[in-house]
Design a binder for this molecule. Structure first.
Ligand code: GDP
Ligand code: MG
Length: 921
């Protein structure tokens, strides 16, 4: 930075350029052009050379004189200071980065020079002093002129001065050397080692770098100090200002440790008094200085300057700056901020909005009797109080209307678009085994029932079917009582309910339930009297049973269509579809096909590879790939839309069900979804909802206390059976939860403590242990860490794959109908380490038995990510080449599974046995 060209140097030295070039050449530095830049090191080299060649044979004092009299070390550290944006405008602004440049300079002067100064030739002493004084004078002047706008210019000047000084030195040294004649001596003048030198002067961090920080910004990040005591003290420290307001920035440099050491040294030099002041420099770091204050501070610091002889000392430098427009200053009056208070407020956020420390808010809250840490939230009223307490103005949160924006969003879509006829959404309901799946199957001409565990539809599937009468969307709601809740949801997203009643069985409890749901949702019913092919079919019996439920057939003077059908023979199916079409026509079902989509979640689950997966039914508009959606408390961009046949599609219009990928989490069945313009709104709404949901959960938790009190009133008669439910899909879990809680009598009450999608993990097990709950895994298993907890706590964990069994077991247990039951016990688990293809057995899994033992005679299940993917038998069990009956834990084996070739590395093969045991709770 202080490089000059050779020409300039020659000018400064007052010698011809040619001579300088020659000298440089002799000194071993090749310069050919006078415009070339010569660096300071090269200059020093030249100087050393000249000394060696000219200044030899002199007395030791003179040799020392030729050596550098002083060395100036400089360091420039550039750091970044992150300034969190703060709530001037309500919401937190973006963080700002302020570059902080700290310049340190330390000059070492030889001890001998100081000694000399005491008793050396007055001439040189005079010269040196004059030089120093003139420089100090200049520096002082410079600093007085220092201004933020001129800072850069000043820096440049500073450099110039340094350069000049160095040049003067060089000149002086050379002149001295030349004056001493050309006598030669071999020994070169020793370079004075640094440790021989004493630091006689020092400049501290160059505050000018710090001054770039906007005062207003600092006002936001620096704590306001309220106590007037501190303020009084502040006046005095101003007389001896802090060494530098730089420590915080300095600590942000990568070289924090060294920075600290430097500051320690600085403080030592300045003295304890200053150190004390230094520790309070943040107290002095308040903003909003009045002009009077500024003047006072500045003048008082000038007074302080007189204490030191050198103009370059810390005090003058520090005060020079503090006296300028850039120092930290204290406020003339408390700053009253408008603080946006919303329904829930994180304490730390509140503190930031008021520009006070979090602990201050915590303290204020504490005084008000509210215990809250900075990470906790306080409600609106508390927040208003604490904001007022701290002297600020709370203002109502007007930005908390993401939900409204969203509502406006959808309304616009509904109002603007042109309405077109849409296909009806039909839900099939009815008692178990009355033929719902079979009926839908027949209509779709696919086999769904055979692929389902236990032949029961486990979760809502939605199918868009094109019939000769037009398109119809069927929601295949599960046919078991377990799916009450989902059925209720199905009915809400449904235009028409097909009530399937087996002609040979008549009206059953769940038939009546279905009627109630349809009624509640105000959805018209079409009764499909199924199994008409059967001998015992008695449609009149069905009619009578339904009339009792006020479902009156048309031919009996009512308004409900009854269609006799057979899912087996296909009889009456056309008539049923006709009936649906007629009903739909009467209802004049319309939707806006253009514009943003909205709809409802029919099913959701977490897929290992694809993440959260949800089946949604579009009700309005068109859902397109790449759309941003809010879905319950989740949001996301639609990565892919997959239709019922597993094909990727680009869009889905009204009444079309599609599986969507790309949500932030697994939404709940029945959640609505809405397309929004941008991700920001999507995220905002989702977060708002999440917050609300959490709040309501907290409220419902506190309500449990009332439950307890109510129970206490009942006496100790009734016992509570705690159950924890984990399942593979949200629908099943929800349904299980709903129906399990309905089980119970005067003696036992079932309480589902927790439910969720996915394998049973450690926290589930811990919760179950804490609440002494029965753990139910529906098509899911416990992971290794959970199994440990289960074992140590002796938890009762039961695995099911048929909802009916869950209800059955729990009901029987709860109602005291305990007897013998077939229980499954897992006797061993083998982990698939490798898969070999064998022409004889298909896929053979190279396994390691990790727990228990695997027996060839016992049934097995294949688990992937703790979810059951196959259930069956072993084809073969081998140790090396030999067929064996049993393989124990810790051993390797080859397993071939009968009729299953899809084993993958990482799968677990679970070997279990069925035993008859007495039922216990
Ligand atoms: P869901 O539980 O209501 O879904 O009933 P499913 O569709 O699983 O059917 C239960 C049983 O009834 C199955 O064994 C079907 O084969 C049988 N089934 C269904 N519809 C008919 C029918 O129209 N005629 C006869 N004979 N059997 C039927
Ligand atoms: Mg079914």
């Amino acid at each position: 930075m202080s490089d000059v060209t050779i020409k300039q140097l020659a000018q400064v030295l007052g010698m011809p350029v040619d001579k300088l070039l020659t000298q440089l050449g002799e000194a071993g530095m090749k310069f050919s052009d006078q415009e070339q830049v010569i660096s300071s090191t090269e200059k020093v080299k030249l100087l050393g050379f000249l000394r060696r060649t000219h200044g030899k044979g002199e007395a030791a004092a003179e040799a020392a004189d030729a050596a550098p009299r002083q060395i100036t070390l400089r360091r420039r550290t550039v750091g970044e200071l992150k300034v969190a944006g703060s709530g001037g405008r309500g919401a937190a602004g973006p963080a700002k980065t302020v570059n902080v440049e700290v310049r340190a300079r330390r000059t070492y002067v030889k001890r001998s020079v100081i000694a000399e100064e005491a008793s050396a030739e007055p001439e040189r002493e005079e010269a040196v002093r004059k030089l120093q004084e003139s420089q100090q004078q200049r520096e002082r002047e410079e600093r007085e002129r220092l201004d933020s706008e001129q800072r850069r210019a000043q820096d440049a000047r500073q450099r110039e001065i340094d350069e000049q000084q160095r040049q003067e030195e060089a000149q002086r040294a050379e002149a001295a050397a030349e004056a001493k004649g050309v006598a030669d001596a071999e020994a070169p003048a020793p370079e004075a080692p640094v440790d021989e030198m004493v630091a006689v002067d020092e400049t501290t961090a160059d505050e000018s770098g710090v001054q770039r920080i906007d005062q207003r910004e600092l006002g936001m990040i620096l704590p306001r100090i309220h106590e007037p005591r501190k303020r009084e003290k502040l006046v005095k420290p101003a007389a001896a200002p802090a060494p530098a307001p730089a420590p915080a920035p300095a600590s942000t440099t990568t070289d924090a440790a060294r920075g600290k050491a430097r500051h320690a040294r600085e403080r030592e030099e300045v003295g304890n008094k200053h150190e004390r002041d230094g520790s309070k420099r943040f107290a002095g770091g308040q903003m909003h200085l009045s002009e009077a204050d500024r003047a006072r501070r500045s003048s008082s610091s000038k007074r302080g300057k007189g204490g030191r002889s050198g103009g370059r000392d810390l005090l003058s430098r520090g005060s020079g700056v503090a006296g300028g427009t850039h120092g930290f200053s204290r406020p003339t009056a408390p700053v009253v901020r408008e603080v946006v208070v919303s329904d829930t407020n994180v304490v730390a956020d509140l503190a930031q909005k008021m520009a006070v420390k979090g602990s201050e808010v915590v303290k204020a809250l504490f005084k008000m009797g509210v215990m809250a840490t900075i990470n906790q939230t306080v409600d609106h009223d508390t927040a208003v109080l604490v904001v007022e307490e701290l002297g600020h103005t709370p203002i109502a949160d007007t930005q908390n209307n993401a939900e409204e924006t969203l509502a406006a969003h959808t309304q616009n879509a509904e109002l603007e678009g042109e309405k077109v006829t849409r296909p009806p959404v039909v839900t099939i309901m009815g008692h178990v085994d009355h033929g719902k799946t079979s009926l839908l199957d027949y209509i779709r001409r696919t086999k769904v029932a055979s692929g389902e565990a236990g032949g029961i539809t486990q979760h809502i599937g939605a199918y868009h079917v094109k019939t000769s009468r037009g398109a119809i969307t069927f929601l295949d709601t599960p046919g078991h009582a377990a799916f009450t809740s989902m059925r209720a949801r199905g009915a809400q997203s449904t235009d028409i309910v097909i009530l399937v009643v087996a002609a040979d069985d008549g009206v059953k409890p769940q038939t009546i339930e279905a009627v109630k749901h349809a009624r509640a949702a105000n959805v018209p019913i079409i009764v499909a009297v199924n199994k008409m092919d059967k001998d015992g079919a008695n449609p009149d019996n069905v009619k009578q049973g339904l009339v009792a439920q006020e479902v009156v057939p048309e031919d009996w003077g009512g308004d409900v269509q009854f269609v006799p059908v057979s899912a087996k023979t296909g009889m009456g199916i056309e008539e049923l579809l006709d009936a649906i079409s007629i009903q739909a026509e009467v209802m004049e079902l319309k939707a806006v096909a253009d514009g943003r989509a909205s709809g409802v979640v029919i099913e959701s689950s977490l897929d290992r590879g694809r993440g959260p997966v949800a089946t949604v039914l579009v009700q309005q508009g068109t859902l397109r790939k790449g759309d941003f959606v809010v879905c319950g408390v989740e949001y996301g961009r639609m990565r892919a839309l997959i239709n019922q046949s597993g094909k990727q599609v680009d869009e889905a219009g009204p009444s079309i069900p599609v599986q969507v990928l790309g949500l932030s989490g697994v939404p709940e069945t029945g959640d609505d979804f809405v397309c929004v313009e941008d991700e920001r709104l999507a995220r905002e709404v989702a977060q708002e909802r999440e917050l609300k949901r959490r709040e309501t959960r907290m409220v419902s938790k506190s309500n449990r206390l009332e439950d307890i009190i109510a129970k206490m009133g009942q006496g100790d008669e009734q016992q509570t059976l705690n159950i924890l439910v984990k399942g593979d899909v949200q629908g099943s879990v929800e349904a299980l939860r709903e129906s399990l809680t309905q089980i119970g009598n005067e003696r036992v009450r079932v309480n589902v403590v927790s439910s969720g999608v996915g394998g049973i993990n450690e926290s589930d097990a811990t919760l179950a242990a804490a609440s002494k709950a029965l753990v139910i895994g529906f098509n899911v298993r416990a992971d290794a860490s959970a199994r440990k907890v289960i074992e140590t706590n002796g938890l009762d964990v039961r695995y099911f794959s048929i909802i009916y069994d869950v209800i059955d077991q729990v009901t029987q247990a709860a109602t005291g109908l305990l007897g013998m039951e077939v229980r499954e016990d897992i006797i061993g688990i083998a982990e698939v380490r490798d898969v070999f293809r064998s022409s004889k057995f298909g896929a053979v899994a190279g396994c390691m038995v990790t727990e228990g033992h695997v027996k060839r005679s016992k049934p097995i299940r294949v688990l992937r990510d703790n979810v059951v993917v196959f259930e069956g038998e072993l084809e073969s069990l081998r140790r090396f080449k030999d067929l064996v009956d049993e393989v124990r834990s810790g051993m390797e084996c080859g397993i071939a599974v009968k009729q299953y070739n899809d084993v993958k590395v990482g799968d677990q093969i679970e070997c279990f046995e069925r035993t008859e045991v007495a039922r216990t709770l």
